[in-house]
Design a protein around this ligand. Structure first.
Ligand code: FES
Length: 166
């Protein structure tokens, strides 16, 4: 996405933010709608549109689980590994989801391009630990290991709805 398109998106909302740097996040989210992830050109376009350096914009992008600096699979499963979920078995859950998806225990994208698994920090669903988020849209929990298998099987056979790319 180019800087002009990003500027057209953020200028109408600029007044809602006390500081200019706060616009970086909505600008990145908007830029990501084009391809489902952020390219180097997207980072540079956001930098130009917001007036911050590309290095700073990239540091913001790399902080958030839901901004992707690499292409993802059709579906993205984010496994919470923060304390409440960890105490309730998120390590085993992460391993089981990775095994079922066919990626390393550190996460990654399955060979068929259907599923990306990644670790995430607290999803705000601690009372349902261990929890996961699907496509940054649905939070599910508590998940058993059998639930993990069923989740991966479900996602593998259901491409991401078009509207979730937006
Ligand atoms: S610690 Fe996992 S959702 Fe909060």
């Amino acid at each position: 996405m180019n800087a002009a398109a990003i500027s057209a998106h953020i200028e109408p909302i600029r007044h809602e933010y006390a500081e200019g740097r706060s616009l970086i996040l909505p600008a990145l989210k908007y830029a990501q709608t084009e391809k489902g992830h952020l390219t180097r050109e997207d980072i540079e376009a956001v930098a130009e549109a917001t007036g911050f350096s590309a290095a700073y914009v990239e540091s913001v992008a790399s902080f958030y689980d839901r901004l992707y600096l690499q292409p993802t699979g059709q579906r993205v499963v984010s496994v919470c590994v923060t304390l409440s979920c960890m105490l309730r078995g998120s390590d085993e859950l992460m391993e089981r989801i990775c095994d079922r998806a066919g990626v390393s225990h550190h996460g990654g994208t399955s060979e068929d391009g259907m599923i990306t698994v990644q670790e995430a920090q607290c999803l705000g669903y601690c009372d349902h630990a261990p929890a996961v988020q699907v496509d940054a849209e649905q939070t599910r929990g508590p998940l058993t290991l059998d639930d993990a298998d069923a989740l991966v099987d479900e996602l593998r056979t259901s491409p991401r709805p078009d509207e979730l790319w937006r």
